[in-house]
Write a protein that binds this ligand. Structure first.
Ligand code: NAP
Ligand code: MG
Length: 492
């Protein structure tokens, strides 16, 4: 099924599509050629407030929150089914808007289907408990939805990262207002249309595209907002946390990363090289969990770097919509310029570019935001390219002589999202997994996750956790009820 690109992608509020109070629709651009291909409405502060009002009313008045969880489960399963029947159309839309290869977008949309199914399965398992207390008393807890939950999403996995938190919030019975990134609003709008078809009551899933500074802040800084989930950069996360703190709002932050990949001398170097290439070049490296800092034992360093360089040089660049393409453009000209700055900085501080480091030179790619897959070496540990998240297809590399040095280098970062270990030794794998300061560790794998497994960062990578069965609890509150049952009546 195709999605009509001629129709504008408007705000979805209370089950209705509206251009918003400004009536402004801006062109949405394909990063493979920087030409417009669709139009999207730009919401305002007033639209944000209207969406909160509608969501608040739907939460109180529609059957969604109070209903049997099994009915919510059914609606969410229907939604997953509708999305599954349109994976291809959604994947095309995502690719054209964001740039990643179609194969990756299909994977992303499939992941969204699975996420909605997973949380549908939990919608009728939101349970309280009974707690023993002294005397003739009954103490029990209720798990109640929070009300209106606000979700602010980034552009790198536009639908996936939005629905990753929206799905458990809906399963728990909340009403949602979602603000997608300004660059990539399309699939979120298309998803909200499906939610209506799936029978989710009007006003329970609202989508308000618009600027973060205006719409995002208006959504958080409002009494009707009952929780905030933000995925994006650390600076914006800190700003949102400040606004949320003023209103005592529960908050989940999924921020950036600078993931270490530690390769021990006993690793399967062929598999490791493939995993390393995947971990930094998929999605053109625009991933919070990018495996962006390679730390390799000196004894295998030159062999591994040679393998990784050859993978980087063999990747087929092109528009994500073209068959066989392995790496697409960066999301915007600004992002391309931003990533190139890091490469220049690395060069200026004495680093070597093993491969890449410049825009793609093929004439067919000249109009897009294409950067060649880049591997850097000998970049000083204190340089920006090693310290900061680049968010592009740029791998820094360094050697180590023993495990303690590897651990020190791996943990020497303000971030702590995903760490990777390559070794055949079980003892090394488990002891390193414990000592890495990360929310997630993969062993002998490229970055991978599942909706049923927690996704979380420590240090500068975030607060709280997403995915997994406990994600539903994030969107509920626990109320305690204590009943004095009175003295048991004596038998006559
Ligand atoms: P960003 O600039 O922080 O934006 C993220 C979202 O926040 C966008 O919807 C943005 O709207 C909105 N926003 C911006 N300023 C705001 C404000 N003052 N108040 C409320 N909302 C505001 O991040 P990005 O550039 O889109 O994405 C890249 C970053 O996201 C990277 O740092 C990356 O590591 C992080 N990320 C983390 C994860 C994770 O799971 N840990 C996953 C993916 C990405 P506009 O689009 O209008 O600016
Ligand atoms: Mg931004």
């Amino acid at each position: 099924m195709a999605i009509d690109l001629e129709t504008a992608f408007d705000l979805v509020v209370g089950g209705r599509e509206t251009p918003g109070t400004r009536g402004e629709r801006r062109p949405v651009v394909d990063p493979a050629n920087n030409r417009p291909f669709a139009r999207a409405a730009v919401g305002s502060r007033d639209d944000a407030r209207a969406a909160l009002e509608v969501a608040d009313r739907a939460f109180r008045e529609s059957p969604w929150a109070q209903d049997d969880g099994a009915r919510r489960a059914k609606a969410l399963y229907r939604l997953a089914g509708l999305l599954e029947s349109q994976v291809d159309a959604f994947a095309r839309l995502e690719t054209q808007n964001m740039g990643k290869p179609l194969r990756e977008s299909r994977g992303d949309i499939g992941y969204v289907v699975r996420t909605v199914e997973y949380f549908a399965g939990l919608a009728d398992k939101v349970e309280g408990e009974t707690i023993p207390v002294p005397g003739p008393r009954l103490d029990y807890t209720l798990r109640e939805p929070l009300g209106v939950t606000v979700h602010i999403a980034p552009w790198n996995y536009p639908l996936l990262l939005a629905i990753r938190s929206v799905a458990p919030a809906l399963a728990a019975g909340n009403a949602v207002v979602l603000k997608p990134a300004s660059l990539t609003p399309l699939t979120a709008v298309a998803f909200a249309r499906l939610a209506k078809d799936a029978g989710i009551p009007d006003g329970i899933l609202n989508v308000v595209p618009g600027s973060g500074a205006e719409v995002g802040e208006a959504l958080v800084d409002d009494d009707r907002c009952r929780s905030v989930t933000f995925t994006g950069s650390g600076d914006v996360g800190a700003r949102i946390a400040g606004l949320a703190a003023r209103r005592h709002l529960p908050l989940t932050l999924e921020l950036g990363g600078k993931g270490p990949v530690v390769v021990f001398p006993d690793a399967d170097l062929e598999r490791a090289a493939k995993g390393i290439g995947y971990g930094i070049f998929q999605n053109a490296g625009q991933m919070c969990w990018a495996a962006s800092r390679l730390l390799v034992h000196e004894s295998v360093r030159s062999e591994l770097l040679e393998r990784v360089r050859s993978i980087a040089e063999g990747l087929r660049l092109g528009p994500g919509t073209a068959e066989g393409v392995e790496m697409g453009p960066l999301v915007s000209p600004d992002q391309l310029a931003h990533v190139l700055e890091y490469v220049e900085d690395a060069r200026a501080s004495g680093g070597r570019v093993l491969t890449g480091g410049s825009r793609a030179s093929e004439p067919a790619l000249a109009e897009g935001n294409f950067l060649r897959p880049t591997v850097l070496a000998e970049v000083p540990p204190s340089s920006r390219a090693v310290r900061e998240e680049i968010f592009g297809p740029v791998l820094t590399t360094a050697g180590f002589s023993d495990a303690e040095e590897a651990l020190r280098l791996a943990n020497d970062t303000p971030y702590g999202l995903l760490g990777t270990i390559w070794t055949r030794d079980l003892g090394t794998a488990h002891s390193f997994a414990r000592r890495l300061e990360c929310g997630m560790v993969v062993v002998n794998e490229a970055p991978i996750t599942y909706p049923q497994a927690p996704f979380a960062g420590v240090k500068g990578s975030g607060v709280g956790s997403e995915q997994g069965s406990r994600a539903v609890e994030t969107y509920t509150r626990r109320k305690n009820v204590l009943v004095n049952l009175g003295a048991a009546k004596k038998r006559a």
